[in-house]
Design a protein around this ligand. Structure first.
Ligand SMILES: [Zn+2]
Length: 290
C-alpha cells in the first residue's frame, strides 16, 4: 500500500473505452482513427514477437512512419465528363465532409485528448504547453528504442514540452525487470520512476516558480523516490536551462519568436522547427554542463 495515488488496474479498461468515444472530435471518424492506431500497434507487437522468436529484423522507425506518412502524389485536376468542371480536390472533399482524416489528424486528435487530461501542461515539468503542435511532442514514457512493442500503447504515451522531450530522448528510467514483455507493466509496478499517466505529479514533486519582468526561475523538489529521480534525471536540468535562456536576451527573444510559429501537423516545416528547437535546447544544456 502506497501513500500516493496509483491508477487502479481495474480502471485501465474503462478509461481506454472512454478514449474510444473521444478519439476524434467528429464521431464519424472514430472507427477510422481506432483502426489506424490499432494497425500500427499490431505491427509493433508483431515485430516484438518476431524478435523474441530470434528473427533479426531490420531497424524500422514505426513512429516516424506514423508521424510523417509518405505523401501520395497529388492527382492531376481533370475535368469531369458530365459537367466540364474540374474534379473536386481532396481539400474540397474534406471541406464537404466526405474524406477520411489523414494520419496527422489522428495524431493531433490523440495529442488533444492527452493534453486535456494533463490540463495543458507538460507531463514532466508542468510548464504550460505552447499552442503549436510541433512544440508539444508526444512522449514515449518507456522509450520506443528499448520498448518498440509499446510505441503505440495507449498508456505509454503522454505530451511533453520540447525541452523535456529532447532532453529525455531515449533514456530508460525503468528498471531492467520491465524489459522483454509484450504486455504493458501494471501501474503498481512503477515504483522506481514517475509515470505521468499512472501517478499524480503533485504527490511526487513540489515546485516553486519566481517570475519577474525579465526572468523566471523554477525550483523543483522531489518528495518521493520517484519524484527525486525525476528531479535528478530531468527537472534540475530543465530549471538550469531556463535560467540560461532567460539570462541571454537574444536567445530568449529567438525562442519566443519560434514559439509563435504555428505550422501544419506532419508538414516539413513542423519537422524543421522541431529539429531547430531541439538543437537550441541541446546547446543550452551543453552550456549548463560546462
Ligand atoms: Zn517539460
Amino acid at each position: 500500500m502506497t501513500d500516493y495515488f496509483v491508477l487502479d488496474e481495474a480502471e485501465l479498461r474503462p478509461r481506454y473505452d472512454d478514449y474510444k468515444v473521444l478519439c476524434h472530435a467528429e464521431e464519424r471518424f472514430h472507427k477510422v482513427v481506432m483502426f489506424n492506431l490499432l494497425r500500427f500497434h499490431a505491427t509493433a507487437l508483431q515485430r516484438f514477437d518476431r524478435r523474441q522468436a530470434g528473427e533479426a529484423l531490420e531497424d524500422c522507425n514505426l513512429w516516424n512512419e506514423f508521424s510523417n506518412p509518405k505523401s501520395k502524389k497529388k492527382p492531376k485536376t481533370v475535368a469531369t465528363a458530365a459537367t466540364g468542371e474540374p474534379a473536386p480536390t481532396v481539400k474540397a472533399k474534406r471541406k464537404r465532409g466526405k474524406a477520411k482524416p489523414v494520419i496527422s489528424d489522428i495524431k493531433g486528435a490523440f495529442r488533444s485528448y492527452i493534453e486535456k487530461t494533463q490540463k495543458n501542461r507538460c507531463c514532466y515539468c508542468r510548464r504550460w504547453l505552447c499552442n503549436s503542435g510541433y512544440s508539444k511532442p508526444i512522449e514515449h514514457i518507456l522509450p520506443r528504442k528499448t520498448y518498440e512493442q509499446y510505441s503505440f500503447h495507449f498508456w505509454n504515451l503522454s505530451v511533453a514540452c520540447v525541452d523535456c522531450n529532447s532532453l529525455k530522448k531515449e533514456a530508460d528510467w525503468a528498471t531492467p525487470d520491465k524489459h522483454g514483455f509484450k504486455a504493458y507493466p501494471l501501474p503498481s509496478n512503477f515504483t522506481e520512476m514517475f509515470h505521468p499517466r499512472f501517478h499524480r505529479f503533485d504527490e511526487h514533486v513540489r515546485f516553486i516558480r519566481v517570475q519577474t519582468n525579465d526572468h523566471s526561475i523554477t525550483l523543483y523538489r522531489g518528495i518521493t523516490p520517484q519524484g527525486q529521480k525525476l528531479c535528478e534525471d530531468l527537472l534540475t536540468i530543465i530549471a538550469g536551462k531556463e535560467v540560461i535562456v532567460n539570462a541571454n536576451a537574444a536567445l530568449k527573444s529567438s525562442m519566443e519568436t519560434i514559439e509563435r510559429f504555428d505550422v501544419k501537423e506532419g508538414s516539413h516545416l513542423e519537422s524543421a522547427l522541431k529539429s531547430l528547437v531541439g538543437a537550441l535546447s541541446e546547446r543550452s544544456i551543453d552550456l549548463l554542463n560546462r
